[in-house]
Design a protein around this ligand. Structure first.
Ligand code: MLT
Ligand code: MN
Length: 305
């Protein structure tokens, strides 16, 4: 399986359009070695021709143009995007659907609560009916294994996650991992047996997450915040990481400690918020991540499994 990181930043990207502090300010000034990053999305393919787009970020146009696998071919109006999987209904994971409105029917896979959000609070599916067809397919937590006919060779397993529905969702303050507002994906290449665990929004660990991590050869997991109180430390917000559905990397019970249980696997942090000091390759926090044998994703990262 080929895995290509299209966007490694959290919502807002890096730099964020209205931010002039910390990493953002240093990037504007050219005084950091940190690299700009687009918003959260990856794409995977078993054959290198038919690609599954996982999440559709507001930066999707730039991401598609920048990656040859997704360029229009072989027809005159074509795309390498065989299907789309949405793991939640967050704006940074779905707003790019509007950018794909000129396309042929979009084959979209999600859980029912994500379909509900995208038909009500953020009615992208309703809007798109006026531009292109959305062929929606349900990811059921009762039958979490699914295959996508348009992208053969890959088996997908939905992993229930404790995270958070978006601020506009009626479920925002009523988390229930059994409902399916947020899922992770365990993706298996049926020929090579290679397995990827993808969970860019992961608030808490649980048995499903532990099983997926144990099964995976490589994991791309929530790297949003290094500190629980990072927004407060950086004077840009009040919410703790956990209130936004993200497990911080530092400290007891943090992501780095959790990843320490899997020293032989490839472990990569993704969905990195623009406040996170690990964006700066010269920061002590980045040194701590690297000393733990953990990588920091960047746009364009390719992984073969
Ligand atoms: C999140 O995962 O918390 C989102 O990135 C929030 C957002 O889209 O602004
Ligand atoms: Mn996000």
């Amino acid at each position: 399986m080929r895995v290509h990181v299209l966007g490694s930043a959290a919502g807002g990207g890096f730099p964020q359009w209205n931010c002039n502090s910390g990493n953002n300010q240093r990037l504007h000034e050219g005084t950091t070695r940190a690299q700009a990053r687009t918003q959260s999305s990856i794409t995977v393919s078993a054959d290198g021709e038919r690609w599954v787009l996982i999440n559709v970020s507001p930066d999707v146009r730039q991401q598609v143009i920048g990656f040859p696998g997704l360029r229009p071919a072989p027809g005159t109006r074509e795309t390498g995007i065989a299907a789309i999987v949405l793991i939640d209904s967050q704006i940074d994971h779905t707003a790019g659907l509007l950018v794909l409105r000129e396309g042929a029917p979009l084959n979209v896979w999600s859980t029912e609560p994500v379909r509900e959000d995208l038909s009500t609070g953020l009615p992208l599916f309703k809007l798109l009916e006026h531009y292109c067809t959305v062929n929606w397919n349900e990811i059921s937590l009762q039958q979490p294994e699914f295959r996508i006919p348009q992208a053969p060779g890959l088996a997908f397993r939905a992993i229930q996650l404790e995270s958070a529905a978006p601020p506009y969702s009626p479920h925002r303050n009523d988390p229930d991992p059994n409902r399916g507002d947020n899922i992770g994906l365990l993706i298996t290449d049926e020929r090579t047996g290679g397995k990827l665990f993808y969970a860019p929004g992961l608030g808490k660990t649980g048995p499903g997450v532990a099983d997926a991590m144990a099964a995976a050869d490589c994991m791309l997991v929530d790297g949003s915040f290094f500190y629980e109180d990072e927004m407060v430390r950086m004077s840009v917000g009040t919410k703790p990481a956990s209130a936004m559905g993200h497990l911080r990397q530092s400290g007891p019970g943090g992501m780095l400690e959790l990843l320490g249980d899997y020293p032989d696997k490839r472990r990569v942090l993704i969905h990195i918020n623009n406040t996170n000091p690990i964006l700066d390759p010269d920061s002590p926090e980045r040194a701590e991540v690297e000393a733990a044998g953990v990588e920091v994703a960047y746009d364009g990262l390719d992984i073969e499994l």
